[in-house]
Design a protein around this ligand. Structure first.
Ligand SMILES: N[C@@H](CCC(=O)N[C@@H](CS)C(=O)NCC(=O)O)C(=O)O
Length: 200
């Protein structure tokens, strides 16, 4: 595999991929995306991701976008980092569960809450229920913890923990007063690989 090309801005979801690249010890080339200059809407970048969004990585000419997809791919590409349970194991199912939960439940429910979107008349028809139910579900998943898979940190924690941390920074309700979430985020952000991503 040649060097992974990574399109990045630290004030974006790409921060999760940066952390994952560091956890994996991956060989990557960071290409900064300046939102103010509109790098993400340039013809060159739109040829990579027509969504005009980051993160995106290019591996031997193949484009991968969508944060959990990149994270899952990296976990498999760097098995020595031990960030994913074996394919076919029940734990692998749990791991997928939380990787998919971020984009399909956590993010839309958080957006409903933060952008004051009206409560759906029929929450049963929506895939993500409410932010309150999402948080209750995650709190249960982290009991007893310390990680989503129990004793072992995995890429699912990196993703869900980052989303929780991000929601806390945005001031989403129901997080900062809950030790289950604050202790979890503190535990994750103390990891050396995460700390390396903060270095100037
Ligand atoms: N579904 C994508 C979302 C990516 C996304 O929305 N990225 C934002 C930054 S956090 C972005 O690039 N926004 C720029 C824009 O849409 O103009 C993922 O999970 O990676």
């Amino acid at each position: 595999m040649s060097k992974i090309i990574f399109y990045h801005n630290p004030r974006s979801r790409a921060a999760m991929v940066h952390w994952m690249l560091e956890e994996c010890g991956a060989d990557y080339e960071l290409r900064p995306i300046d939102f103010e200059k509109g790098d993400h809407k340039s013809p060159e970048f739109l040829a990579i991701n027509p969504m005009g969004k980051i993160p995106a990585v290019v591996v031997d000419g193949t484009v991968i976008t969508e944060t959990p997809a990149i994270i899952a791919w990296l976990a498999d590409a760097y098995p020595a980092a031990k960030l994913a349970p074996p394919v076919g194991s029940p734990e692998r199912g749990t791991w997928y569960r939380w990787l998919f939960f971020g984009g399909s439940c956590f993010e839309p429910a958080l957006s409903d809450r933060m952008f004051n979107r009206p409560s759906p008349e029929n929450a049963a028809a929506l895939g993500w229920s409410s932010f309150e139910v999402v948080l209750t579900t995650l709190a249960k998943a982290l009991d007893p913890g310390p990680y989503l898979l129990g004793e072992d940190f995995s890429a699912a924690d990196l993703y869900i923990g980052s989303e929780l941390n991000w929601a806390m920074m945005f001031g989403a309700p129901g997080l900062k007063d809950k030790p289950v979430f604050t202790a979890y985020v503190d535990r994750l952000t103390a990891r050396p690989a995460y700390q390396r991503t903060l270095a100037p």
